[in-house]
Design a protein around this ligand. Structure first.
Ligand code: SF4
Length: 206
């Protein structure tokens, strides 16, 4: 390529593939999980392997729970995370996520989607931890409590705020996907296959 325009074009070429995906924090850092829920030593390896095979950049979203309650938190249900304060916290993260997606798109990158975590009261997409018993009172001294949870067909608090933020932006949409945290929250293999299909659908260069 010759001339000034050619020099400018050459100067902005680099090795990037131009594709990226946004994923829940704990998919790349199992240490963020509530104790008892980490299923792998470090990362969810089958997902990471597929993302690397497809040469997709990975944006690790902030963990809403760790960034609000820290690493010593108890497992909770969706209703316990439903306070206006936690929702505001989630909405702020959701805004930041959407801003990042927007700026990558504005500069010619392709965002494949956002991978959430089914079963989580916060990041669940298709299901989230809810009370197993509608009469159960939640709260109080945890050492006196023996509350029970189940997985209800409802998004978690962060996923709800994320969907609200996406809906509030004119002309803005993004594919939402999820991997289950535990087997009771859905089939890992089926969810992984869905992500694989999204990756293949976006397999042409950006
Ligand atoms: S599912 Fe969401 S809130 Fe729970 S550990 Fe993962 S990123 Fe954090």
């Amino acid at each position: 390529m010759t001339g000034m325009l050619g020099q400018i074009k050459d100067s902005i070429q680099d090795a990037r593939g131009g594709k990226l995906i946004f994923i829940a924090h704990c998919l790349l850092n199992q240490n963020a999980c509530v104790r008892g829920l980490a299923s792998q030593p470090a990362v969810i390896r089958p997902l990471l392997d597929r993302l690397l095979e497809h040469q997709v950049g990975i944006h690790q979203m902030t963990c809403p729970e760790v960034s609000y309650l820290g690493s010593m938190r108890w497992g909770q249900i969706k209703a316990q995370y439903g306070s206006p304060m936690f929702r505001r916290h989630c909405r702020q993260i959701a805004q930041m996520v959407c801003d990042h997606i927007q700026t990558y798109r504005d500069t010619g990158h392709r965002v494949i989607g956002i991978v959430l975590r089914d079963g989580s009261p916060t990041c669940g997409l298709r299901c989230a931890a809810v009370s197993a018993d509608d009469d159960q009172v939640w709260g109080g001294m945890v050492w006196n409590a023996s509350p029970r949870q189940r997985f209800g067909a409802t998004p978690g608090v962060f996923s709800e705020e994320l969907q609200a933020e996406i809906g509030a932006r004119e002309g803005f949409s993004v594919r939402l996907l999820a991997l289950p945290e535990v087997p009771e929250a859905g089939s890992f293999e089926t969810a992984l296959e869905e992500i694989e299909q999204a990756l293949e659908a976006d397999s042409t260069p950006a």
